[in-house]
Ligand binder design. Sequence first.
Ligand code: G3P
Length: 210
Amino acid sequence: MNELLLIILAYLIGSIPTSVWVSKRFFGIDIRDYGSGNAGATNTYRVLGSKWGTFVMIIDMLKGVIATSLYVVLPLRLQHNDLYLTNLMIGLGLGAVLGHIFPLWAGFRGGKGVATLFGMIVAIQPEVAIYCIGVFLVVLYLTRFVSLSSMLAGVAFAICILFIFNDDVTLYRIFSVAVALLVILTHQKNINRILNGTESKVPIFKYRDR
Ligand code: G3P
């Protein structure tokens, strides 16, 4: 029962619509009406600038870290074994990611879950997060598509768990594949835009254009 309440709390934390609140509070607009229409850090960066984009990215990541770590408040948590705690962390993290994608506080129209997922991976297995951020940065450098970088980082997460770290927790293996599929699923519009050549690139690594 305590666990269920914690997962609901994780969902409510994930539901905090950082980009929507920032855009409304400080700019008088709804970020979902501009740019890609996504309520996330990339679109905030695109529409409101790097300072606010970075702010939203940090808060959205922290939502994942904090929600996934909520198990620490469980009484007698030390009596549970590692497998139980890992499964609980997955449940908590997924609660936060679903909150980010379908936020209670913003009409259930949220973002794509990438930053919050990343925060969740940092909390569960930081060494895997380093691989994911590595793939993300390399793809971003080569293509400047944040969306493609996010999708391939999601796929890298599954590859890490299934083949590199060879984790033997069944739920974690299933979860890693689910994460890759979820990230691809939430990027359907981006995939269409990449295919028809209309996906916008982030204006970073400008020296490459000189
Ligand atoms: O995390 C979302 C990012 O991968 C794509 O965002 O605004 O380009 O759809 P956006």
